[in-house]
Each structure stands twice: as C-alpha cells, then as structure tokens.
Design a protein around this ligand. Structure first.
Ligand code: 9WN
Length: 442
C-alpha cells in the first residue's frame, strides 16, 4: 500500500503504529497488547482490521475471519478466543474453566460471553480495499457465520422481542467499569468480598488480585468490582450460558445502548454484504432489525440516551459516552442531533483530546481510570463517523484531529488517555490505538 505523504512528525508516528501492530501480530490474529491482553478480543480485532486494511487487506480479512474459529454451535461469537500463549491474563482459560467446557465449533478455547458486534463494519471497511472478486470471496466466507451471529443475538438475547438485545456481563459492553454497569453489577458482589472488605478494607482484596501488575490498580476496576465480575462468570457457567436460565439468577441484565447502536449499524452492513453476494436475509432477522431501529428511541429522555435494565425495563440514568453512539447508528432524529453535538463538544466531555468516557461533572469521573473518564481512540472514531454521517463535517474533522493530536503528544499508542492533560494510561503498545491511527492518517 502506498504510504500517504505526511509531515515528518506524523510519518514517524505512523511508523510507531505499524511497529506496534507488527509486534502484536500472532499470525492471523493480533493481540491487543503485549503486556496486558495476550489473546484475541472480538471488537479489538475489528478495529485492528480497520487499520490493517491500509497495510495488507488480505491480512485484515484474515483477522476478521479468524473470529469465526471461536464461534459456538449456538452462533455466539465469544469476546475472547484464547491464543496458545503463556497465559498471564487474569481472566484466562482457567477463569472460564475451559478444560471442562469445550464450547466452540472449531475446538478453540474461549470465554462464554460476546462483545460489541463490530464485525460487519470491519468487513465492509476491509472490503473497500479489495478487488471486486476478492471482496466477494471474502464476503462469501464470512457471511454464513456472521448471519448466525446476528440471528443468535436476537433469538437468545432478545427473548421478549423488544428489539433491544441484553448483555449478561459488563465485559460484553467492552466498557468494563463504566458507572452504568458498575451500579447494576455491585449488588452481585460475593459474600466473601463483602466480609473481607468489612473486616480489612479494600487492601485485603487488593492483595488477592492478579491483573494490576502492569498498571496502577487505582487506574483500573476496584478489587471488589473485579471479584464481582468473576462471580458473574461463575453464575453464567452455572446457568449454562443460557439466557432463559440466566434471567433466573442474580446476573445483571442490561439493554446496553452502545451495544445496540453498534448492532443497528452492523445490521445495515450485513444487509449490504448479503445483497452484494446475492443472499437474502431471513425474514425473522429482518423484522428484528426493523424493530431495533424503533426501539432505541425508548432509551432517550430529554435528549440523552441511556441503557436500560432488562428485568425492570427502567432506564439506568447514568450519562456516559455510550449514550452518544446512536449517532454512529444513524438513529437520532435530526432535531436532536445539534443538541448531542453541543453536549459532546462542551467542556463537560472535554473535547480537547476527544470525548471523555464519563462527563467531567459526574461524581464517578476519574481522568485516568479505564472507562470512568479517559478518552478512548475507538470511541472517538465511532463518534466521528456518526458526526460525518449527519453531515456535521467540522465537528467530525475536529474530533479526528484531536484524536491524532492526543496520540502525537506522547508519541505512544496508549490504551486510553486522560481528558484533562492528554497523558497516556493503561497499556502502552495497544493495538486498536495504533490501527485506528493508521485509519485516521490515511
Ligand atoms: C475484558 C481488550 C479489552 C477490550 C475492552 C477493555 C478491556 C478486558 C479486561 O480490554 O477489557 O474484556 O480485562 O479489562 O475494557 O474494551 O476489548 O483490549
């Protein structure tokens, strides 16, 4: 691929991004980070493919197709497919008892939950870089598995035909400790966690955690929250990952607004993929797709989109970056768009370095703590795409420029950045930051 002509500083940054992706390349999958995430993650691989397409479209297509190796007979595509590497990840195969449950059709070991369905978006972006015949071949390989995944999302996770699919773990949202999820998750804390915390405070719990060697623990989930997420994994396994059983347990069930927005957009792409290769989307799925576009309108109050508790159908009134993704889905009525643009470019969301994951005036806001405030490059990318879709080109350009600037300021591909001073945090050499930078510079 020809390298675009860039000023020297950006050309060097681009080289850094390329070297990060090469360093994290494990063959036909890319790990998100060399120090924190040694396996394949669903939505990471999609963002990674969107960047890799500028280097090697076939390799980018392989990144997407490799997700199908993990597909379960039910149609689910898991959020992590475990690589055969030394496992230093805190929620690896042992946490999921992969030795006892072989679940994927291809025999790969995986988690039992999914992640935002970015696959169709990534496939279309990669397809844009291919010849017509190569694209058709790629789509034909991908389509059957991708169709089953979208069907599974509705049949399994939207049992009452709401048009909104429910998530069973905050890891499925991709935004692990976002305040919306933590509030609904905390009541499921294990008894031992509550007892230990009462007797010895959080220090005793901190001593037990395994995930915080690379990153200061106060920049990640609290230990209590982490152990609660592990407990939910146990509950899900006990319920055989079957939604009809899960809904009878203590597992929090959320109609997550970001996940559903991404699904709505993915449905459009899946429809385009099917049309291109002469396939017809089954009528049942077409009905669900239509219902979703209408149902997301039930999540808005006073111009703000929220996630909803599946059991009580009450809105979880935490304003976060997740509520901005209906722009990306293209489901925001025109008369509401300017209000949302004003919000996301206001000091509340910071704007200088992109969009903060939690507004600065939220009591939960912490500038360097994971999904509790930092700016994430994938979120900026999705929101900029939505702004462009609505013709708000200046706002989209500003957001993209600010995203490149925040990466350029440190010269490093961090997992996330402080919205206050742009400092990098989390893992360095993080793949989707590198990949989406390549896309922004193309
Ligand atoms: C759990 C890999 C993943 C991202 C998520 C991010 C983080 C994992 C973790 O890392 O989640 O899936 O261990 O915290 O929140 O969005 O896909 O980069």
């Amino acid at each position: 691929m020809p390298v675009p002509s860039l000023p020297a500083e950006l050309a060097a940054l681009r080289e850094t991004a390329v070297s990060v992706l090469r360093g994290n390349d494990l063959g036909d999958i890319t790990r998100p980070s060399p120090t924190l995430y040694p396996h394949q993650w669903l939505w990471d691989s999609c963002f990674i493919a969107i960047g890799l397409r500028h280097l090697d479209p076939q390799r980018a297509a392989a990144e997407i197709l490799s997700l199908l190796r993990g597909q379960w007979p039910s149609g689910m595509i898991p959020h992590v497919i475990f690589a055969e590497t030394t496992d230093f990840y805190h929620a690896g195969p042992q946490r999921w008892r992969c030795d006892r449950v072989t679940t994927t059709a291809g025999g790969a070991q995986s988690t039992g939950v999914t992640q935002p369905p970015m696959i169709a978006e990534a496939a279309v972006r990669v397809g844009e870089m291919m010849t017509d015949s190569a694209r058709a071949a790629f789509y034909r390989q991908l389509y059957p598995g991708l169709l089953r995944f979208h069907q599974w999302l509705y049949t399994e996770r939207d049992p009452d035909d709401d048009g909104l699919v429910s998530l069973v773990h905050s890891w499925e949202s991709g935004m692990d400790n976002t305040p919306t999820w933590m509030e609904i998750t905390r009541p499921a804390a294990p008894l031992a966690v509550r007892a230990l915390r009462r007797i010895n405070g959080d220090d005793a719990l901190d001593a037990l955690r395994r995930d915080s060697k690379e990153v200061p623990p106060d920049e990640r989930l609290t230990s209590g929250d982490l152990f609660t997420l592990y407990r939910i994994v146990r509950e899900l396994r006990g319920a055989h990952y079957d939604f009809r059983e899960i809904r009878r347990t203590i597992v929090p069930l959320v109609q997550d607004v970001a996940f559903n927005a991404i699904l709505i957009r993915a449905n459009e792409h899946l429809t385009a993929i099917a049309a291109e290769i002469g396939e017809v989307i089954p009528a049942g799925l077409r009905r669900s797709m239509r219902r979703s576009r209408e149902a997301i309108g039930q999540l808005v109050v006073d111009g703000v989109y929220y996630s909803r508790d599946f059991r009580t159908r009450t809105l979880l009134r935490h304003e976060t970056i997740a509520g901005l993704l209906p722009l990306y889905a293209g489901v925001v009525p025109e008369d509401r768009v300017d209000g949302m643009v004003k919000t996301l470019t206001s000091p509340r969301y910071c704007a200088r370095f992109g969009v903060a994951s939690v507004p600065l005036d939220d009591p939960a806001f912490l500038p360097r703590c994971y999904w509790q405030g930092p700016v994430w490059v994938n979120m900026n990318w999705l929101i900029a795409d939505g702004l462009e879709r609505y013709g708000r080109l200046d706002a989209a350009d500003d957001l993209r420029r600010n995203t490149v600037d925040v990466i350029a300021a440190s010269g490093a591909m961090y997992e996330y950045y402080s919205p206050l001073d742009g400092s990098g945090a989390g893992s360095n050499r993080f793949s989707w930051t590198a990949a989406l930078l390549l896309d922004l510079l193309a």
